[in-house]
Design a protein around this ligand. Sequence first.
Ligand SMILES: C[S@@+](CC[C@H](N)C(=O)[O-])C[C@H]1O[C@@H](n2cnc3c(N)ncnc32)[C@H](O)[C@@H]1O
Length: 319
Amino acid sequence: MPAAFAPAGPGTFFQPVIVNKLCDMTDEPDSANTKFAFGKNWAGFLETLNDKKIKAAQESMQRLLGIDDLQNRRFLDAGSGSGLFSLSAYRLGAQVTSFDVDHDSVGCAQELRERFCEDESRWIVLHGSLTDTDFLKDMGRFDVVYCWGVAHHTGQMWSSIDHLIRNVDSGGLLVLAIYNDQLYISRAWYLVKRIYQRLPGWLRPGYVVAVGSVTFLKRLSMTLLAGILRLVAFRNPLIPFTNWIRQTQARGMHGWHDLVDWVGGWPFEVARPEEIFRFMRDRGFQLQELITSTGHGCNEFVFVRTNESTHPLKSAEVV
Ligand SMILES: C[S@@+](CC[C@H](N)C(=O)[O-])C[C@H]1O[C@@H](n2cnc3c(N)ncnc32)[C@H](O)[C@@H]1O
């Protein structure tokens, strides 16, 4: 069983035996033949890309980092996926380096660079892995390291983060987005993803639709309930619906490709926000921004590298 799902702390006490049994499958999370083909999904997404989505991605980055621009900042997009956030950083004025382990994802970033960049020298696209310490070391340090939704797909989440923090310059920012640990619900998602991995290719789209429909109906009923409760309290009942729409469009993503990424995304690990916070604090990073997930999504973190401990009785393990 992968470490992320081994009984670890008080929170795991109640995990249902049946889910544990079902999850006890033999493949290791990082085995190459079970890795999800992220890049193929991203290539489909690029066909749907338009100005509105690029603008939404750019604004989400500005909001998360709390900045207006990234003029002359060195920006590393670690696990660049579609390349959309590298493009956003480029448009905000940064000197961008992006890399991904998936060749098709690398191709997506190259395509976006060709399609949208006048000054290609301001955006370097590389093939490489978060788990390759030599590769990371060769890249040097950056003002912003953006690693959104990646470390939990490497099969070595904690060591990947540990490697990557060496690329953050003193005073620089590290952005992480990591799947929220929902205890037995996360274990059920683990099972959903394992089933996807084991299905023949032609059955996978139907499976994604089925999982998506259940998730959609659950969300719809919760939103309806929230709307009714607001109505009873003489408050605007449409707010839960507008919040839902805003959330789904927040990063310029596409509903279908996001869903495929979520259902198929493998390897898969999760963490509670406090686990990430403590891990980073002990390495000389201060939390600057935190957006927690209310469900199975990612918790988003922005850390500043201070090289000093924020724990009064502990010195930082500066890397
Ligand atoms: C969910 S996507 C996120 C993409 C992008 N960061 C974003 O915010 O849209 C995860 C990406 O991580 C990449 N990835 C997975 N393991 C990796 C590794 N070991 N090194 C670099 N990239 C990796 C995948 O190929 C995929 O493109």
